[in-house]
Design a protein. Structure first.
Length: 255
């Protein structure tokens, strides 16, 4: 009887070991296929220069022009002027959809415009007055008044795609943080029409990307200065956190 029970126990142990090996084998097989699939769908690398620096991009200072929160309009103007368009910062501001500033209601709820659809506040107002800024699409609409369909919203592009434009000699309006600072979460405000809410990212800024090398990017920053450099990795990190927002202006077709 004891021998029979021992035999049954040994069989159970052997079956258990076999099952464990089968499970491990299946996991390795699936993992291998997953890695293979990931490699198959990985985006092909765009061939770009290891470094490039675009010269003669005009520089405009937002504070000197009276736009304390107008970095987006000032950056857009720099790019358009570089492309040969006779346009001023005021032209861009006047054609940018404008919405409510951010403000706190009596019950403590914060409200404000949707920065993906319109400027929150006004570029001539300071942050302390509830002005915040705007993202790419409303700026594209304004720029399109002057450069029409040559203005392209390339937000959401890959890092490699972003630098490929600069590699080809095309400056890019990008969302970043001044002096490669840290983004911080502020208040969350509701849109006045009840369509959603926005988590404030304190430090949101905009500049023109004019160059890069292995360690740094170079920007015409409407607040920090002309041809200022930032750590490349920190710039990329902040750009992604700011929803990978970017704008280019394609060259006019030659007859």
């Amino acid at each position: 009887m004891k021998k029979q029970m021992k035999s049954i126990l040994i069989r159970k142990i052997l079956i258990f070991i076999i099952l464990v090996f089968l499970i491990i084998f299946c996991i390795i097989k699936v993992k291998g296929k997953t890695v293979e699939t990931a490699k198959q769908i990985e985006e092909p690398k765009i061939s770009i220069k290891t470094e490039n620096h675009i010269k003669d991009v005009p520089y405009l200072n937002q504070k000197e022009l009276g736009y304390p929160t107008g970095c987006e309009a000032v950056s857009a103007t720099m790019l358009l002027q570089y492309k040969g368009y006779d346009v001023s910062v005021e032209d861009i501001v006047e054609n940018t959809p404008n919405g409510s500033k951010k403000y706190e209601s009596e019950d403590g709820t914060w409200y404000g415009a949707n920065p993906f659809e319109e400027f929150v506040g006004h570029p001539k107002k300071r942050l302390s007055r509830g002005s915040y800024g705007v993202f790419a699409e409303p700026i594209v609409k304004s720029m399109s008044k002057f450069a029409e369909d040559r203005v392209k919203n390339i937000s959401g592009c890959t890092i490699n795609e972003l630098f490929s434009y600069v590699s080809d000699g095309e400056p890019v309006v990008v969302w970043c943080v001044k002096n490669a600072g840290d983004l911080k979460e502020g208040v969350t405000w509701k849109y006045e029409d009840g369509s959603g809410s926005f988590q404030e990212l304190i430090g949101e800024h905009c500049a023109v990307l004019i160059g890069y090398d292995e360690k740094y990017v170079y920007l015409n920053d409407p607040s920090a200065g002309e041809n200022v450099k930032q750590d490349k990795e920190k710039f990329i990190y902040n750009w992604i956190k700011l929803y990978s927002q970017a704008i280019i202006v394609e060259a006019e077709e030659q007859d």
